[in-house]
Design a protein around this ligand. Structure first.
Ligand code: ADE
Length: 423
């Protein structure tokens, strides 16, 4: 039987059946989250908690929301990006799972902000963010809520930068769990999730052949590493651009060419920004690029490729050549921008595969449980995901994959914990 419908602002409730099928498909790839959901159903550790989520509205997120509700929480969801909402999933969450959802694919900036504000008005006790829009909205508009909040969690590096900036100004008003920092989130999500789905998004949008092309990856964090390896696997020559000498050295040792972006600008066929910073590709780069170059951003915010600069240099104007490809005419040379510079793996494909979101969202669900049990004692600041949670997620995932591992013998335990080499 359908649950009573909570408040919502979504595209079309009639899409619920299609959305439910999609949610169930993703659930099949999310055994860790499912096992947590089953425990939450029995134990109800989140009873009475109001959890507001500002996340990409996807089938994977829906399974997180189901898990929170199974734990006894009241859950509300708005989009972390207007281009990534799966309208059918939003409908199923409202119609079949009793979640308050405010998200419409391609909603304009005002609607997006109104949806975030509506979640703030619900006075959540816990927030879950992907980019920190919800938590920063609370800090900016309703700071008095912070004292009563158990805390928040943050999924992305970009969001963490904003949270840490609040902390540096002495203004962070509640504990925030750095879910991005968990090994089972960062290393897996970014490297395999964004790595694969970024290539997927570029191919879906363009149907380019990567073999024989030169792909320039700007930024060599976990995500850049994943993209570079996958682009090489598809037959491309890969150039890496970095500002950090350690990462640049690692990229070189991994066998990639490393050079400044200005030099790479002349060589690349496909450029992928994934730095977390802004204006990584700007006028001086556009002016050097080859005719037909493709520009994609895999970072969270659409500031890595300077759109104002691109508009400025495009003296011949802009036209949409494919649904997610805008061609800018630089007086004879053409540059192709994908998904308006928004995060390409979600805007042109479906984001991280469910099998990696399984681990991220398992961390999220367990981090919310941790906030509920420890929130009062944590104090404002950025807190890591406890190592026990990270290890538990890895243990559950290995179990789901049917992988067994060794345990130390008592002698080995003693050896590893002693400074005497004879013991
Ligand atoms: N971020 C990246 N991929 C995602 C997905 N599939 N669902 C929710 N958030 C995501």
């Amino acid at each position: 039987m359908a649950a009573a419908r909570p408040p919502h602002d979504i595209a079309d409730l009639g899409l619920a059946e299609a959305g439910q099928a999609r949610i169930e498909w993703a659930d099949g790839q999310m055994p860790v989250l499912r096992s947590i959901r089953e425990r939450f159903e029995r134990e109800r550790p989140l009873a009475g908690t109001r959890v507001a989520c500002c996340l990409h509205v996807t089938a994977e997120t829906a399974n997180l929301v189901r898990t929170l509700i199974a734990g006894g929480a009241e859950a509300a969801l708005c989009a972390a990006n207007p281009l990534t909402t799966q309208d059918e999933v939003a409908a199923a969450l409202v119609d079949r799972h009793g979640a308050e959802v405010r998200a419409i694919r391609e909603e304009d900036v005002d609607t997006y902000s109104a949806h975030v504000e509506a979640l703030v008005a619900g006075e959540p006790s816990v927030t879950i963010d992907d980019g920190a829009d919800l938590l920063t909205a609370i800090h900016a508009g309703r700071p008095e809520l912070l004292e009563r909040m158990l805390g928040g969690t943050e999924e992305t590096n970009s969001g963490l930068l904003r949270v840490r900036a609040l902390e540096a100004e002495g203004r962070l008003g509640c504990p925030v769990i750095d879910v991005n920092g968990a090994f089972t989130e960062r290393a897996f999500n970014d490297r395999w999730g964004t790595g694969q789905s970024t290539i997927d998004g570029i191919l879906r949008a363009t149907n380019l052949l990567l073999a024989g092309r030169t792909v320039v990856v700007l930024g060599y964090g976990w995500t850049g590493r994943g993209i570079a390896v996958r682009a090489r696997g598809a037959g491309a020559s890969v150039i890496v651009c970095e500002v950090d000498p350690l990462r640049a050295l690692e990229a070189r040792m991994e066998g990639f060419e490393v050079m400044p972006a200005l030099a790479a600008a002349e060589r690349g066929d496909v450029f992928i920004t994934v730095t977390g910073s802004r204006d990584v590709l700007r006028r001086e780069h556009f002016e050097r690029m080859k005719d037909g170059a493709v520009l994609a951003n895999a970072g969270h915010f659409d500031v890595e490729i300077s759109l104002p600069d691109l508009e400025r240099v495009a003296t011949g104007g802009r036209r949409e050549v494919l649904p997610l490809v805008d061609e800018y005419d630089l007086g004879g040379r053409r540059l192709n921008l994908l998904a308006k510079g928004r995060v390409v793996n979600l805007a042109a494909a479906e984001g991280h595969p469910a099998a990696v979101m399984d681990m991220s969202f398992a961390n999220q669900a367990l981090a919310v449980e941790y906030l509920v049990t420890h929130g009062g004692s944590l104090g404002p600041g950025v807190h890591p995901v406890p190592e026990a949670i990270d290890r538990e997620v890895a243990r559950l995932k290995l179990g789901a994959l049917g992988v067994e591992i060794d345990t130390l013998t008592p002698d080995q335990e003693r050896y590893l914990h002693s400074w005497r080499r004879t013991s």
